[in-house]
Ligand binder design. Structure first.
Ligand code: GAL
Length: 770
């Protein structure tokens, strides 16, 4: 007999069921009857396996990473065989029923019968429950969050612990996620908030084993099969990113901490005077009366008139972001409210450590931040030092700390930053505002908030690798630029920066500015900053795609080309949005670039490349190798010095049609509020295809959505690869050669580009005959 839940009711089901029965959950015993395994579908393509010592259950955690998904009603068909073979959703499982069959272990296959994982087994050793599954010889695994030191995880071990000093390849990082994606076509997530330990075939070849600090395991298997599918499934389970405000995608500059209001105002004005696009200014610790720990109160010696200062910045169209951390100094007005019932029994830098699992804590923070900052017009925060350090020590709470919610320091460690940023989004959202937060720690599930992780670590190659790795869990990462050893390094770093989720110079310690290194550097800076601005509609649409599907804006090549084994080691190039490949230059004026299958066009020269090969490309100091993927659509606006400088403008959509039809969705909304969550948005599909005879069709669908008038006055379709003066029809009307030199239709022979301008409010069809 074993316990089984049928439609929510606990009943006993005889093992020897005479006919196949549908059940929503099945259980079995393993490890000589000491561990109970329960299988359940969280969704047809998400299998949940819980392993618990017999007689115990998994307690409810105050920090819930998993979202409630619609209940799956029928899932398992119990068979009479032993081991039992059962189809459930997108999986096919082999589960031993008896101890004789147990040696066979659990096998997880897809519905086509391909083994994903297994045989596998569970063990309880020293109070920790571990799992071990056989993995195939050739399979590669990726993930673990914001990892700095390795891309492919096979042959490594990782302890996933949030840590401020990611100086080795053992898994420490500001943002860790116990979620991994396998090229064998499955993803795996271990639902825990404690430290988790993974061995990717290092201890035992061809075995994936893992455990947490807990005497149980709660794991989820995603059916994939593609990496894109796994991200869709993982983010369906743990949350999908809300839209950032549009201004957050502009350039950010953080002032030197000791600059007073006059100097900070002067530097801000210099951005406008130099014509350098900038949207966000950040103030570092000295803006507060006490920073380590924090008072959250303006330091009048630095900023005598905080409201006046914020207003002056707003008048120049800057958004203001304040540095802080979560440790509350005795001089802070909220110290008394938090002490005892809302803060831990351990202090950091003489400040209280708040318990963000308690709703009242957020209320206390919200009230003070609202009054002191938000009411003045502050738009965001840099939530620092919520990541702890095993190496510098002394400024985080210890594992044995007790929080009023009952959590221990060890249980809180990995999720402290995650909770901190989540609560601050709630503060803004309560006012119907979006924010784009910086936070130095995050955890699985944190990808649901538009929060960007940053680091004091400063190795350039590691920063680019982190960009690749962050995508595996949908984390946003900012490879911030500070002072550098050489001017060349400064340029190469900021070029890369402009192709990250958040583009920021963090001058908190050195006051470095884009103009201090001479005119040439300033001109290059402006070129990339302007390009970032021009690409805003492309980036914003990519964020919307992430919001809808979980597909990260920045990601490693392997995410899109998992069958191309060359991509398994490429950690110095990344994809940016749907159609751009970025290949940062670390030194010199050329580099080898791998382009995956398909056609590619050099952004700067228009040179065509066939994918599936490496190329040596020139990269003079002002050139960041950048390639456009065939079939993509790149939407661009005129360069603006700040978001919203132009209220309406023509939108260029650059297209490189291929023989395979491709569709891109352009997105617009109000850019600031949560109205988009209620359907106030606009989406326009642009489809293109090149027929075998060379005929190109571009279709613009009528916009979907409600309540939004697009900022676009017109859509200019820039169709590339049109190598001679074409004949074309626009919405069924012939456009002769003589009509192709106007502002509505224009053919440029030298660029081999046809531009056709249409209204964004209606559907259109352009057919081009070669
Ligand atoms: C660090 C942070 C830096 C800067 C500094 C100010 O922890 O990573 O970016 O804000 O604090 O003290």
């Amino acid at each position: 007999m074993r316990k089984t839940i049928i439609a929510g009711a606990m009943v006993l089901v005889a093992l020897k069921a005479t006919a196949a029965m549908a059940q929503t959950e099945i259980s079995t015993l393993t490890a000589n009857g000491s561990i109970k395994l329960t299988f359940r579908l969280a969704a047809p393509d998400i299998l949940n396996i819980r392993a618990v010592p017999v007689g115990h259950s998994i307690p409810e955690s105050p920090v819930k990473i998993i979202r409630d998904l619609p209940a799956v009603t029928t899932s398992f068909k119990v068979s009479k065989t032993d081991p039992e073979v059962t189809d459930c959703g997108r999986f096919n499982l082999t589960i031993p029923k008896s101890s004789t069959a147990e040696t066979a272990g659990i096998i997880i296959r897809n519905r086509e019968g391909k083994t994903l994982l297994g045989p596998g087994d569970f063990q309880l050793t020293s109070g920790k429950l571990s799992a071990s599954f056989r993995i195939t010889e050739t399979e590669q695994l990726f993930g673990g969050g914001l990892q700095f030191h390795s891309l492919a995880q096979r042959g490594t071990t990782k302890t996933l612990k949030v840590n401020a000093d990611p100086r080795d390849d053992l898994g420490n990082s500001h943002a860790v996620t116990p979620f991994f994606l396998s090229t064998a076509g499955y993803g795996i997530f271990v639902n825990t908030t404690t430290y988790s330990h993974f061995d990717f075939g290092k201890g035992t070849a061809n075995a994936l084993s893992f455990h947490t600090e807990e005497p149980w395991l709660d794991m989820y298997i995603f059916a994939g099969p593609s990496f894109h599918d796994m991200l869709e499934q993982y983010t369906r389970l743990t949350g999908r990113m809300e839209m950032p405000p549009r201004w957050g995608l502009g350039f950010w500059y953080r002032m030197k901490s000791d600059w007073k209001a006059d100097k900070a105002t002067d530097v801000a004005t210099r951005f406008r005077d130099h014509g350098i696009a900038c949207d966000v200014l950040g103030l570092e610790p000295a803006w507060q009366t006490h920073a380590y720990s924090c008072s959250y109160i303006w330091n009048k010696a630095q900023f005598p008139d905080p409201a006046g200062y914020v207003k002056a910045m707003q008048d120049q169209h800057f958004h203001l972001n304040l540095w802080e951390h979560a440790y509350v100094h005795p001089t802070s007005p909220i110290h008394e409210q938090l002490k005892g019932k809302l803060a831990a029994d351990h202090e950091v830098w003489g400040g209280l450590v708040p318990d963000f699992t308690i709703a009242e804590t957020t209320k206390v923070f919200a009230a003070l931040h609202q009054k002191e900052h938000l009411d003045l017009g502050v738009d965001g925060y840099k939530l620092d030092e919520c990541d702890g350090s095993d190496f510098t020590g002394g400024w985080f709470f210890s594992d044995d700390t007790k929080f009023p919610s009952g959590m221990t320091g060890a249980q809180m460690h990995n999720v402290f930053g995650y909770l901190y940023q989540k609560r601050f989004h709630e503060i803004f959202n309560a006012k119907d505002k979006r924010s784009y937060l910086l936070c130095r720690a995050n955890y699985a599930g944190g990808q649901a908030n538009s929060t960007v992780v940053y680091s004091d670590w400063y190795d350039f190659k590691d920063y680019v690798r982190a960009a690749c790795n962050s995508g595996f869990s949908g984390m946003l990462w900012c490879p911030e630029v500070r002072q550098t050893e050489s001017t060349e390094e400064f340029v190469r770093r900021f070029q890369t920066l402009f192709f990250s989720p958040l583009a920021m110079i963090n001058a908190w310690a050195d006051g470095v500015t884009p103009w201090e290194k001479g005119e040439q550097v300033e001109a290059i800076f402006r070129k990339y900053d302007d390009l970032r601005s021009r690409l805003t509609p492309y980036l914003y649409s990519a964020f919307r795609h992430m919001n809808r599907t979980g597909l990260p804006v920045v990601r490693a090549l392997v995410m899109d080309y998992p069958n191309d084994t060359v991509t398994y080691t490429i950690d110095d190039e990344f994809l940016y949005g749907e159609g751009l490949l970025v290949a940062p230059v670390f030194s010199g004026t050329s580099r080898s670039v791998y382009l995956p299958e398909g056609g590619w066009t050099d952004w700067w020269t228009g040179k065509r490349y066939s994918g599936g090969a490496r190329y040596m490309v020139d990269a003079a100091l002002d050139t960041l190798p950048l390639f456009i993927r065939d079939g993509s659509a790149i939407a661009m606006q005129p360069a603006m010095k700040y978001s919203g400088e132009l209220k309406s403008y023509p939108l260029e959509v650059h297209l490189n049609p291929t023989k395979v039809e491709s569709k891109t969705t352009l997105y617009d909304d109000d850019g600031m509020t949560l109205a988009y969550q209620k359907g106030h948005w606009l989406e326009t599909d642009v489809t293109s295809i090149k027929g075998h005879a060379g005929e190109i069709k571009v279709q613009v669908a009528a916009p979907r959505g409600k309540g939004i008038v697009p900022s676009w006055t017109e859509l200019t379709l820039c169709i590339h690869g049109v190598n001679k003066q074409p004949t074309l029809t626009l919405d069924g009307k012939n456009i002769g050669a003589s009509d192709q030199s106007g502002s509505l239709v224009h053919y440029d022979q030298s660029a081999q580009t046809l531009r056709v301008s249409v209204s964004p409010m209606h559907s259109h069809l352009v057919i081009i005959q070669p």
